[in-house]
Write a protein that binds this ligand. Structure first.
Ligand SMILES: *Cc1c(COP(=O)(O)O)cnc(C)c1O
Length: 320
């Protein structure tokens, strides 16, 4: 079993990423508060560098490399925000980054990753095994693989967003966190348990892909098929070993939100708060809105995880 990070790792990560990461704003909305009958505090990681919280975990993990690892560089598999987070962090820290992406990854994401200085290695997702490609790259070039969620330094870095939120908003009664593989949720739970012991911590997954909810309730990891949902940042098939250990210990429950609820939340953020939030970033708010009866009079934190959605897709979703 790999090392389980603690709150001390989150605090250390906060110091490490401070020179590079944005301290993102905590916004409030009178309309949201009136609708919920509660006080909502939105931690806006859609305004983080490269547009999502993933920068926190990637930058922290790469900052922990020794000199040999820095020289050889990092390798990551991802077609989403983790790819851009690793590529940007590597550039800032002056090390090479290789990102393994499927041949059918969106051109904009490939271009963004290259734009941050990453070398993109394309593979055919129907014919090639990305694990084998990664192992080969790691063995031949001595590269260090950084996974998107199941890594102690990644989890500790992701926990810094909730740490900042609680420090700024004060004690919370509940915290809603978007859930894919569980890096953000497990890091947030470490921060909340240390800084706001009475705070309930909830993960929120897409309805079509509730592997985390199933795992949480069953007490063991559950694997599912790639879920069909507009929440492309949470199309994971299973929680990680480390993230699950923390989630089962420190999280209070896992809920789901439907694609229609995510679109409603995107509309709310756009019209009321003038923000572009990607579908996955709306998971926490979508569940909090539905639970307004339980949350009456409470102080509620909502983590908005990212804002990377291309404009044509955004327009089609909110207009539809
Ligand atoms: C990766 C990602 C998530 C899910 O994070 P996990 O750490 O995998 O649970 C949620 N929202 C956005 C925008 C993401 O990029």
């Amino acid at each position: 079993m790999p090392r389980i990070p603690t709150y001390d790792d989150v605090a250390a990560a906060a110091a490490r990423i401070a020179p590079a990461a944005h301290r993102t704003p905590v916004l409030t909305s009178r309309t949201a508060d009136e609708e919920a009958g509660a006080s909502l505090f939105f931690k806006c990681e859609n305004f983080q560098r490269m547009g999502a919280f993933k920068f926190r975990g990637a930058y922290n993990a790469l900052s922990c490399f020794d000199s040999g690892q820095r020289k050889a560089g990092v390798v990551a598999f991802s077609s989403g925000n983790h790819a851009q987070a690793v590529a940007l962090s590597a550039r800032l820290l002056g090390m090479p980054a290789t990102i393994v992406m499927p041949h059918d990854a969106p051109a904009a994401k490939v271009a963004a990753t290259r734009g941050y200085g990453g070398t993109v290695v394309v593979y055919d997702r129907y014919k090639e095994d990305r694990e084998a490609i990664g192992r080969r790259l790691a063995e031949e070039g001595g590269l260090t693989l950084i996974p998107p969620f199941d890594h102690p330094d990644v989890i500790a870095g992701q926990g810094t967003a909730a740490k900042e939120l609680i420090e700024e908003a004060g004690p919370l009664d509940a915290l809603f966190v978007c859930l894919g593989g569980g890096g953000l949720l497990s890091g947030s739970a470490l921060a909340a348990r240390a800084l706001a012991p009475g705070c309930k911590v909830y993960g929120v997954e897409p309805e079509a892909g509730n592997d985390g909810q199933q795992a949480f309730r069953a007490g063991h990891l559950v694997h599912i098929e790639v879920p069909k949902t507009i929440a492309d940042g949470a199309q994971t098939q299973s929680l990680g070993k480390i993230t699950f250990e923390i989630i089962r210990r420190d999280v209070d429950d896992v809920f789901t939100a439907s694609d229609a609820e995510l679109v409603e939340a995107m509309r709310f953020f756009a019209t009321r708060m003038k923000m572009i939030v990607e579908p996955t970033g709306c998971l926490g708010f979508a569940a909090a809105r539905r639970m307004k009866n339980e949350l009456k009079g409470q102080r509620v934190g909502v983590l908005i995880s990212g804002g990377n959605v291309d404009l044509a897709r955004f327009a089609a979703l909110v207009a539809g």
